[in-house]
Every structure is written in structure tokens, then in C-alpha cells.
Design a protein around this ligand. Structure first.
Ligand SMILES: [Zn+2]
Ligand SMILES: [Zn+2]
Length: 110
């Protein structure tokens, strides 16, 4: 069974020029039958979900805040800093520094 997409009436199969079409007897809408008098299937709309953003966790490189701290290697007075949980979870995370000039990385010892 197929229904007219225009008026909703029942469409009837008719042979026209060797191929079968479905014709609405009410409004005259015609549609080519895919195979014989089989039911016309509506196209399945495949919904593409918006691709979920892949969250890539990276420690470096990224835009890191800088702090005024002296590099123990070159004496530069500015370094990037970030924190990382290196010990037990109930302890405060360790702060790391990276010299903006020479790239030397060190950790803050408390
Ligand atoms: Zn119709
Ligand atoms: Zn340095």
C-alpha cells in the first residue's frame, strides 16, 4: 500500500509504457514504482550526529601562563608554569616551571 505524498489518498499501481507507476486517483500524482507493485518505501533519513569533538588532553605544548620566577639554569626571570598531580590524590599537585628562554623545566619543591 502506498499513499500519495501530496494528498494522502491511496495510490494505485498502473502499467505505463512497460513500467509500473503508482498513481493517485484523486489528484493525479504519479510516482514510479521501484519494483512492481511493492510498497514504496520512504527514504530513510540518516541523521548524522555532529561529530563529537575529540578532546585531546595535552600537557604541552599549549598556551601556558607565565610567572616571574628565576630559571635555575640561565637566570631568566620568566617561566611557564602548570601543575600536575604527581603524588597521592589528597596531596596538592606539584607545580612545574619551564623557562621561557632556555626551555629548562623544573619542579617546585615545597
Ligand atoms: Zn494525490
Ligand atoms: Zn632558562
Amino acid at each position: 500500500m502506498a499513499f500519495c505524498p501530496r494528498c494522502g489518498s491511496l495510490m494505485v499501481p498502473q502499467k505505463v509504457g512497460g513500467k509500473t507507476i503508482l498513481k493517485c486517483r484523486k489528484c493525479g500524482f504519479e510516482k514510479e514504482a521501484t519494483s512492481g507493485i511493492s510498497v514504496l518505501r520512504e527514504k530513510k533519513v540518516i541523521e548524522h550526529k555532529p561529530s563529537e569533538g575529540i578532546i585531546v588532553e595535552q600537557n604541552l605544548p599549549r598556551v601556558l601562563p607565565t610567572v616571574r620566577v628565576e630559571c635555575p639554569r640561565c637566570g631568566n626571570k620568566e617561566a611557564y608554569w602548570w601543575t600536575m598531580q604527581t603524588r597521592a590524590a589528597d596531596e596538592p599537585p606539584t607545580r612545574f616551571y619551564r623557562c621561557t628562554k632556555c626551555g629548562y623545566t623544573w619542579r617546585e619543591y615545597e
